[in-house]
Design a protein around this ligand. Structure first.
Ligand SMILES: Nc1ncnc2c1ncn2[C@@H]1O[C@H](COP(=O)(O)OP(=O)(O)O)[C@@H](O)[C@H]1O
Ligand SMILES: [Mg+2]
Length: 291
């Protein structure tokens, strides 16, 4: 079974990696692939600056659920909104819940409580997957924050469960932590580029996921690889530059592969602008690489 087939069986897929290596693009690519296979997919963006809509060729969501294609939706999640949603769910008396979420003390608590925002964001994905929140989908793909913050996102429910032990929030965090630890339902994809700093950061991330969370990604994607230009091919400064970038890509990819023995798929650097054409072409490339 290929890494993509395994990923297609997950309910929740988180995409993280060094900033700028293609997390948002890859989240859209995976959404495209899974929706094409017949699964109903929600792409969740947790970065406050919206960019997922551009990959999908849509208008910004402004926090709403927007349909971007057959069986494909996306939403930019606002932490404040999901925390309020959480409080309202846990406090069925709407009037009381509103009083709490509107109070300045609540806002201080939200900013100060470690892991609360992260837990609320994942809790939202959990509720969507359990039919408690629109839209009705089979899989949620989270365009997660970059590396260190991505790992913190995954660690948050476990920490929250310890901190709020016994209470309603603690119970929810515990359920969520157990859900995230269930590798048959939740998957993790890491993006990188075959360059020195991204590879270094990826190796450190893989190490810290393994030691801190006992977690192993389903897939590492090496994105934006330069094309091979044959030595006997074109001459000149541009051709030499491309050859040099390609050699560097190969060396760095090999360094990554020496320390990571799990699934590793390559994606080429394509001469396309951010948008649906790029996403479709990369989806095709990923399908080919997984074969
Ligand atoms: N394989 C690729 N080929 C060409 N452009 C790419 C590729 N992957 C990503 N890009 C472009 O690189 C930029 C950064 O990608 P993005 O997915 O936004 O990264 P991140 O979310 O990790 O910050 C975007 O403009 C995107 O369109
Ligand atoms: Mg992004």
């Amino acid at each position: 079974m290929s890494a993509l087939d395994r990923l297609a069986e997950r309910q929740l897929v988180l995409v993280t990696g060094k900033g700028g290596t293609g997390k948002t693009t890859l989240a859209a690519v995976l959404g495209h692939l899974l929706a094409a296979q017949g699964r109903r997919v929600l792409l969740l963006e947790v970065e406050s600056r919206e960019s997922l809509h551009q990959a999908l060729g849509a208008e910004p969501s402004g926090g709403a659920v927007v349909q971007a294609g057959p069986r494909l939706w996306f939403q930019n999640l606002r932490p404040q909104a999901v925390i309020e949603e959480l409080v309202q769910e846990k406090l069925p008396i709407a009037y009381l819940a509103r009083r709490i979420t509107e109070s300045p003390a609540f806002h201080q608590f939200v900013e100060g409580a470690p892991g609360l925002k992260e837990t609320a964001l994942l809790g939202h994905a959990y509720r969507v997957l359990h039919g408690l929140q629109r839209p009705e989908v089979d899989v949620v793909i989270v365009d997660a924050p970059a590396t260190g913050h991505g790992a913190s996102l995954l660690a948050a429910p476990g920490l929250m469960a310890q901190a709020a032990e016994g209470g309603q929030l603690g119970d929810m965090a515990r359920d969520l932590a157990a859900y995230l630890a269930d590798a048959s339902r939740c998957g993790l994809v890491v993006t990188t580029q075959a360059e020195e700093l991204p590879v270094q950061e990826t190796l450190e991330l893989l190490q810290s996921l393994a030691t801190r969370l006992d977690l192993r990604p389903d897939l590492v994607v090496v994105n934006g690889l330069y094309p091979a230009v044959p030595e006997a091919g074109p001459r000149g400064a541009w051709a030499d530059l491309l050859r040099a970038r390609h050699r560097m890509n190969q060396a760095e990819r090999a360094r990554l592969a020496r320390s990571w023995d799990g699934p590793l798929l390559d994606l080429p650097l394509l001469p396309l602008e951010r948008g649906p054409a790029l996403v479709a072409a990369l989806a095709e490339a990923l399908r080919g690489a997984a074969r």
